[in-house]
Design a protein around this ligand. Structure first.
Ligand code: BTN
Length: 254
């Protein structure tokens, strides 16, 4: 297996922004790992709290056969779930790009294409709550591996396992694997579309292209974007955040 070029930083604004500033100099399979980020960013305009103790990193992929960001998203989602399950944490994928344990988010993934005329690199940002404290403002919707397992875990071991899992997961049948780890099928949800309209329905399908199909009073409808709220026993119990279709944005550099 090819090696990874790991750059370990004490602190940085955001590993995503570090990569973008240095994209030309960074070889394929570079991994920028920071102990803490003071401007960590999530989907859209969301900030991503990144105190010490969590695993915050970005991966640079320059020579992928498949530059489809959704393919990369599925691959890292599966790699993360497999890593957490090795630690007996029952993680699952919540469309489009969150990793959950029970009803709380433990990790989020961003995939951004760097384009200079054509896509020249993909940057994958992963934030995994490990030994870090969970801020009380998000404690109803976020969890950490420490909270799940009751013990601290080595960040470097976790990082290496995720990267190994990525290498052994990147395959043709990734959609089937991804679907197996997604627990939304048959769940009642509220989908808030990008115009703010709420659609109530049951998840009928998660499609290969990253869209979601809801069954709404007998009608099937496909959405490519939205915020998803899980409805549990009549209550909407999930977080409501802006999500883009596949949490992918294209960034144009230089
Ligand atoms: C989400 O909104 O769920 C995606 C969160 C992605 C956070 C990670 S932490 C490492 C990398 N650097 C960032 O600033 N964001 C990503």
């Amino acid at each position: 297996m090819e090696t990874w070029n790991i750059i370990h930083l004490n602190e940085i604004d955001s590993t995503m922004d570090y990569v973008k500033r240095n994209i030309s100099a960074l070889p394929d399979r570079s991994v920028i790992w920071a102990d803490m980020q003071y401007k960590g960013r999530g989907r859209g305009k969301n900030t991503w709290l990144s105190p010490r103790g969590g695993l915050w990193f970005s991966v640079v992929l320059k020579s992928k056969d498949n530059m489809n960001p959704w393919h990369t998203m599925m691959t890292f989602s599966v790699a993360l779930v497999r890593t957490l399950r090795r630690h007996s944490v029952d993680a699952w994928i919540k469309w489009p790009n969150d990793i959950y344990v029970e009803r709380k988010k433990v990790a989020g993934i961003l995939v951004e294409n760097v384009i200079k005329g054509k896509p020249i690199a993909q940057v994958v940002g992963i934030g995994l709550n490990v030994n870090n404290d969970i801020d009380r403002t998000i404690s109803d919707k976020a969890t950490s591996l420490f909270l799940q397992m009751g013990k601290q875990i080595s960040l470097s071991d976790l990082l290496m396992t995720i990267l190994d899992e990525y290498d052994s997961t990147d395959s043709e049948d990734i959609y089937e694997r991804w679907l197996r780890f997604s627990r939304l099928l048959g769940m009642d949800v509220e989908l808030v579309d990008n115009s703010g309209v709420i659609h109530n329905g049951r998840v009928a399908n998660l499609l290969m292209d990253g869209s979601i199909e809801l069954s709404e009073k007998g009608d099937k409808k496909i959405y490519r974007a939205g915020s998803l709220i899980l409805v549990h026993e009549g209550l909407a119990t999930e977080i409501q955040r802006k999500t883009s279709k596949i949490d992918v944005s294209n960034s144009h550099i230089g």
